[in-house]
Design a protein around this ligand. Structure first.
Ligand code: NDP
Length: 434
């Protein structure tokens, strides 16, 4: 059976699911339109909609064109090929709720390097100009919105008729199954992992490709790249590089180990990541703010520090588990809780919970530097418009909700051991505050 996701009341859960299913697609288009055609001004878009009404909104929505489909298809096929064929070491994922252990090929960093080198070379040698991507961005997002929706319907059908493993099941409700997904790690054949493709190789990879695209667009339009854009692009690239450096670690996180392949994760990574996560850079293309070298450097360093701390939190937890609690944490033997739990197949297993280091400050301290890093790659846009900050606000809400979902899941998994952890580490995210 599918793990129940109703952390909030059923009414609130249905309301938020239906709202996200219906509101996210038009929001992607509104955000793109505002950034690219309305000077980044929410008021300008609002005025347009007030004057033109629904008809105006429909006219604003770009139709997916052949060029858009071709760009998406070339990119998707290229990434799928790299995922399948680049060499990489064999990595075992964490034990799933049904007691399975998925196996992956860790070739993310190589795929990342090949992708960026290929993209920059295509531009440098005049074979393909990335500004074509920027100039068709609306059509690409539109095609992604519809294409990914169909993709999620196919995932839903696959979950019913051809699940890849026993980590699959229905909640008995079509909307919940479509929204949260049916399978934990659906595959095509034995080796092609669909969530690795949607989350890492399509979604996260598109973040770096689009960050470069925005930079190149500004360069080609103005003959130079403003320092604000350089800081934004550099920080986003450091973040995505960190992600691929640590990709095998990502396979132990909630997205992969707990959230099933449905609209929430897959549509989110295929559409929301390329459009919303990259939006501060999309704004900067037409707003080349000059920060001055000193301010630009301070922002860059602050952002890199936050990305490093976020990385170190994830690394600390994973090293702690990998060494079975034997490695040092901040130079000392770690303090820990040995927690037992029962899998859905009735087996008793045990896990270690770290209660010192970053994980002793609060139960989800790693979200603090994650949010601050996003702030630092947005702040080069300064404060003329509010929309570039949408991603930071969205991320804060997402991570606060995620911390609650994770706490609830861990409480039901570990019972009294989680209670003990909460007594030892009472704050959920911000030490001393929340
Ligand atoms: P993690 O999966 O990394 O951590 C939560 C899990 O870790 C829990 O479910 C539990 O799993 C285990 N755990 C919890 N407490 C402890 C402990 N004290 N000691 C050892 N293990 C523990 O969280 P996330 O997936 O949320 O985050 C991973 C990374 O991704 C972070 O860097 C985060 O900032 C980033 N992120 C970014 C997002 C974005 O949109 N930009 C969105 C979400 C995350 P178990 O069942 O194994 O015990």
């Amino acid at each position: 059976m599918a793990e129940t996701k109703m952390v909030h009341s059923p009414t609130l859960t249905y309301f938020s699911m239906l709202s996200l299913l219906t509101l996210c697609p038009p929001f992607v288009i509104l955000l793109w339109y505002t950034m690219v055609h309305a000077d980044g001004s929410v008021l300008q878009t609002w005025d347009y909609l007030r004057q033109q009404g629904l008809q105006g909104f429909l006219e604003m929505w770009p139709k997916p064109t052949a060029v858009a489909w071709k760009i998406i298809a070339c990119y998707g096929v290229f990434e799928a090929a790299l995922q399948l064929w680049l060499p990489g070491r064999r990595v075992e994922g964490p034990i799933s709720p049904s007691g399975n252990r998925p196996v992956y090929k860790a070739n993310g960093l190589a795929a990342y390097a090949v992708t960026l080198i290929t993209y920059l070379s295509l531009w440098w040698f005049g074979i393909f100009n990335p500004i074509i991507v920027y100039d068709h961005l609306g059509e690409i997002f539109s095609a992604l919105i519809f294409g990914s929706f169909i993709f999620c319907i196919l995932l839903y059908i696959k979950g019913h008729v051809a699940p890849s493993s026993t980590d699959c099941g229905s909640s008995g409700n079509v909307i919940i199954d479509f929204y949260w997904g049916m399978e934990l790690y659906p595959r095509i054949g034995k080796n092609f992992d669909i969530k690795v493709f949607t989350n890492c190789r399509f979604g996260m990879m598109s973040w770096s490709v689009l960050a470069l695209t925005y930079c190149i667009k500004q360069y080609e339009a103005n003959g130079r790249v403003a320092d604000s854009m350089l800081v934004n692009t550099a920080l986003m690239l450091v973040y995505v590089t960190k992600f691929f450096w640590w990709e095998a670690g990502y396979w132990n996180t909630m997205d992969i180990a707990h959230d099933r392949a449905g609209f929430y994760i897959c549509w989110g990574c295929l559409v929301w990541v390329p459009s919303i996560y990259t939006s501060p850079g999309m704004y900067l293309v037409n707003h080349p703010v000059d920060l001055g070298t000193q301010l630009a450097l301070y922002i860059l360093l602050a952002g890199i520090l936050c990305i490093y701390i976020n990385y170190d939190c994830d690394r600390q937890r994973q090293e702690f588990r990998r060494t079975n609690g034997k490695g040092l944490v901040w130079g000392k033997a770690p303090s820990k809780i040995v927690a037992t739990y029962t899998t859905t197949s009735g087996e008793t297993k045990s896990s270690l919970l770290l209660t010192s280091g970053w994980w002793g400050l609060s139960r989800h301290f790693h979200y603090v530097p994650e949010i601050l890093a996003a702030f630092f790659w947005t702040v080069p846009a300064l404060f003329n418009h509010v929309l570039p900050y949408f991603y930071v606000v969205f991320l804060t809400i997402l991570l606060f909700d995620r911390a609650k979902r994770d706490d609830d899941r861990c409480r039901s998994k570990y019972g009294k051991y989680w209670k003990l952890y909460c007594e030892k580490v009472p704050y959920r995210i911000v030490p001393g505050v929340y």
